[in-house]
Design a protein around this ligand. Sequence first.
Ligand code: ZN
Length: 514
Amino acid sequence: MATEVAADDQAQEKTRGPVGEWLYNLKMRAPWFVAAALFRVMYRFKVVGEENFPSTGPFILCLNEYSLPALLVSGWIAIVMLERVMETTPESIQSYMMEELWSFSFFSDIPTQGASELKPLMPQGAGRLALGLLDGVKVLREGGMININPEGDVTWDGRPLRPGKALAWLALHTGVPIVPALASIGAYDIWPRWRPMPHLGGLMQLNIGKPFTLVDEPMAAVEPEDIAAANELIFKKFNEVRFLPGSQEDWAGPLTRNGTPVKDPLVLKPAHAPVVPWPDVDKAGESVRKRGLAQLLWRCPMCHTEDALVHKHHQIGRDKVRCRACGTRWSLWRVVHHDYRMRVEEGHPDMVGLELPLTTWYDEARRDFELNAIDVPGINLRPGEEVYLTADGVNFKAYRPSPLFDGLTSGEAPRTMTPGSRTYAAHESLGEGRLLVTSERLVWQGPEGEMSFEWPHFTAINIVMMGTLYIRYGPAPYRFDLPGQISLRWMTYTGTLAKRAAEVDGHELQMMRF
Ligand SMILES: [Zn+2]
């Protein structure tokens, strides 16, 4: 694990003249100021609760990333509001950022100045050592400030993600206040992860909540139960801030049929029994981003057929969604600062007029998920092993330093990295091939051989950027680019199998919600 901590390797002191310094500051700040100005016009952006922002440390500032607009808001806070704090505590601000951001020179060029520095967070972080959290405790004890996104991911359906362990661990060990500075829930409907383009209007504000502490005195030893209890409180406090001025229930909205509230338990019925294969399969060459809602509802809520929904965007009027397998047709529309809504327009007579929040449709789509074996040639299966899902043209990447760069051989993938210092986000392709999900393993078949990742050794699974499956096998990170594939579908298959294996021996497995 020690190789993953090497947080200071990349600190590069840079020398610039006065003009260079001015240009550098302009480059770092300009995007945030342009974004803030645009957001004021488009999204009536404003900061609410600015008086709650402490003028001096120690404290932990918590940001979130509902969407790209929310990410820009986080950047804006970091620049504008933190500068005031830096005037009083210039030497002790530490920011944790997703490791993948080091792929962009904008972030990797940020120099480390004194104790004011950036630390990488890996997707679905690898525990407190890899987070450099002990350094964080030191910063807070000296009166400094930590800047972190405890959710560590972007929500797919708008519902808040649970915080990871880092925030609770830091706050319990130090007793310092937590300051929520969260983009309001409107950031989600402006640009959900499943929509190809943002809406150019909406409502988004930055809500700064009242600082709160988890303990009166720092705790010497923090147990998993302490973290779990603290996370419940943090989740509750954050939700009080992000759904302002309402609650999560207000945000989702009612379940209705032809305008009347649905009182009975929801029983969904397809228009007819699913037809497979569908008569009009025509997705060739279409980017998965453009498939819109089919990325979230990757399973039909009515008939549970996978990869069956088609979403048609309309500039004027409501979008149209239909299932190729069971023939149900919906209209889909946005309600600013609320969940999207979807209504059955054609289908089973009992279903027509049923109007539900998108999150409820998503819950129904995920209900009773099961793995079904498919026939696939070209793989030597073990006795009893079944294949569930495959994709071609998958780019397999390992993170440097990895033994795989010394020569790729068939067999089980290495569970460790080569000892030595790490460069952040330094992943490199090992070729294109076919990826298979089986009952026993994830298999990548490349031009030079076959690599197996056995489910019992997975420690993390996530979707990063758009359409990349990120895994940690033992502590070693790998990634698979899945062109044309619906990433939540892959997350569900791999996550379900890895979770089952983790439950057998009780080892820790960190995953995004799916
Ligand atoms: Zn269907």
